[in-house]
Design a protein around this ligand. Structure first.
Ligand code: BG6
Length: 490
């Protein structure tokens, strides 16, 4: 369906997320002719800019954050004319009516769809929602988008959900997890449910284990304040990795509609085996990078970036997780994510069981490499299915594992849209299927919380790993002691 005319109000309009992700995504939708002519983008921040100042700033910065060959001067000029800026300190309660007046005046037409995108710290979600409500800005056609992380534990997530829920109905609340907007992630659903060959094998009878890896070469960059209070488990595992796990593990929904999909994901989260005390030490690893080199360039360690302040924050986490239900009992899911690793790559690997018996003389069962389905989220999005084939040629029978490859870029020859392009379109159209419901967020926190508690009780520094390596040795041991190895292909 076409996107309706919207007023998109971005709180945190000069922030990292808005400048690097949201505005480039909106520009691309605009350039591709998908934004109705009168759609406006109203940035809210404390920056004291007027419309012209903001347009100049964004026009100047846009090019840096766009994919290659997508900048077009005419399109950028048209896009800049949609931009407005309102200066507002949402915590300034001296004269709240006056403070919010300019924003109210900027969106006078209450019949238009309003999207309030909260691209700012979650501690501001409550004050912003209160301000919007008090100023009478929330209409039936309003939606609010909440960026992760929603809280730092279950109690704070509930508080934020209560504050937002006091003024917006659940159907109006879009909790974004941008991993759900990535092409390969949506394709996972299509692969599972539009092909007959996977689903009958999609269970503990045929699958040995699943690996989910999100590795980044980047460090924490300018976000030290946020990251220091977060760490890899809260920043990545609680949301992105658990959401990927849900999509791999969920039962087929009866229809691809928002409630059916989210009900199935919730059941997976509720079936995660809780990790307590000693299990946390056996089944999780936390790490933190020390100085090293990325692409031959020396980079400082996390502690140096934090100016040597003592810190318990992890920049790497690996976990072995089990889902306690009929489909998955006994199948480990190995998750890992970290910053300053040797490569930037995200993938899901579904490893099938070994064949029960080798019919090939001289080749043991265990020498036949098991089938693997690799879903690569980034870079080079695609799907690879590893099969065993005969090496061509005369002489003895030599077998080897070779991939059947589906590269999206080569097969479809079109630019793959960024996750935010897709998800912003869904918000404007009002489709919440790829957004998280309140109960999902809270179920994820309640599982994560016991791990956080065990970590803080243990009070042990995260294990060091050199920047540019593939993580702490203990993370390799976590999977190898089960007789398995991490998938490390480029
Ligand atoms: C964000 C995290 O949610 O995801 C960042 O806060 C992380 O720390 C980012 O770098 C990774 O996203 P992507 O799309 O670059 O893999």
């Amino acid at each position: 369906s076409p996107i309706p005319s919207c007023d998109i109000v971005v709180f945190g309009g000069t922030g990292d997320l808005a400048v690097r992700k949201l505005l480039p995504a909106l520009y691309l939708r605009d350039r591709d002719g998908q934004l109705p002519e009168d759609t406006r983008i109203i940035a809210v921040s404390r920056a004291g800019l007027d419309d012209v100042g903001y347009r100049v700033k964004i026009h100047g910065e846009l090019g840096q954050f766009l994919p290659a060959d997508t900048y077009d001067a005419t399109a950028a000029h048209t896009f800049a004319r949609r931009l407005h800026h309102i200066t507002l300190d949402v915590l300034d309660d001296r004269d709240p009516d006056a403070a919010w007046y300019d924003l109210a005046a900027a969106i006078p037409d209450s019949n238009r769809t309003r999207v309030f995108y909260l691209a700012c710290a979650a501690t501001l979600f409550g004050p912003i929602c209160t301000g919007l409500h008090r100023s009478g800005l929330i209409t039936a056609a309003s939606r609010v988008v909440l960026e992760k992380p929603i809280g730092t534990d279950l109690a704070s997530a509930r508080r934020i959900n209560d504050e937002v829920g006091a003024v917006f109905a659940e159907e109006q609340i879009f909790r974004i997890d941008h991993y759900l907007g990535k092409e390969t992630v949506q394709n996972l659903l299509v692969l599972r449910f539009a092909n007959a060959m996977f689903e009958p094998l999609w269970n503990s009878g045929a699958i040995d284990h699943v690996q989910i890896t999100v590795s980044e070469a980047l460090g924490v960059g300018g976000r030290t304040g946020y990251y220091e209070n977060s760490g890899a488990l809260r920043d990545m595992v609680q949301n992105h990795l658990l959401q990927l796990l849900c999509l791999v593990a969920m039962e087929p929904p009866a229809r691809l509609d928002p409630e059916a999909v989210r009900n199935e994901k919730l059941k997976v989260l509720q079936a995660l085996q809780p990790l307590h005390g000693a299990e946390v030490h056996r089944f999780t690893v936390r790490g933190r990078y020390t100085a090293g080199a990325i692409d031959g360039q020396p980079v400082p360690g996390y502690a140096e970036e934090m100016h040597g302040r003592p810190s318990g924050t992890e920049t790497f986490a690996a976990l072995k997780v089990e889902i306690r239900n009929w489909r998955w009992a006994g199948v480990p899911f190995y998750l890992r994510t970290g910053k300053r690793l040797d490569r930037t790559a995200a993938e899901i690997v579904v490893q099938f069981r070994e064949v029960p018996h080798s019919v090939f003389p001289g080749i043991e069962d265990s020498e036949l490499p098991p089938n693997q389905l690799v879903l690569r989220l980034q870079p080079d999005e695609g799907v690879h299915l590893r099969l065993v084939t005969k090496e061509p040629g005369p002489g003895g029978l030599r077998l080897r594992s070779a991939p059947l490859n589906l590269s999206f870029a080569e097969t479809f020859r079109s630019r793959l849209p960024d996750a935010y392009e897709r998800l912003l379109g869904d918000v404007m159209r009002g489709n919440p299927t790829l957004f998280m419901r309140r109960d999902e967020i809270e179920a994820a926190w309640s599982w994560i919380e016991t791990i956080l508690a065990a970590w803080s009780e243990l009070d042990q520094a995260p294990r060091p790993y050199a920047a540019g390596s593939n993580g702490p040795a203990a993370a390799i041991a976590l999977i190898e002691r089960d007789g398995r190895t991490w998938h490390e292909e480029n």
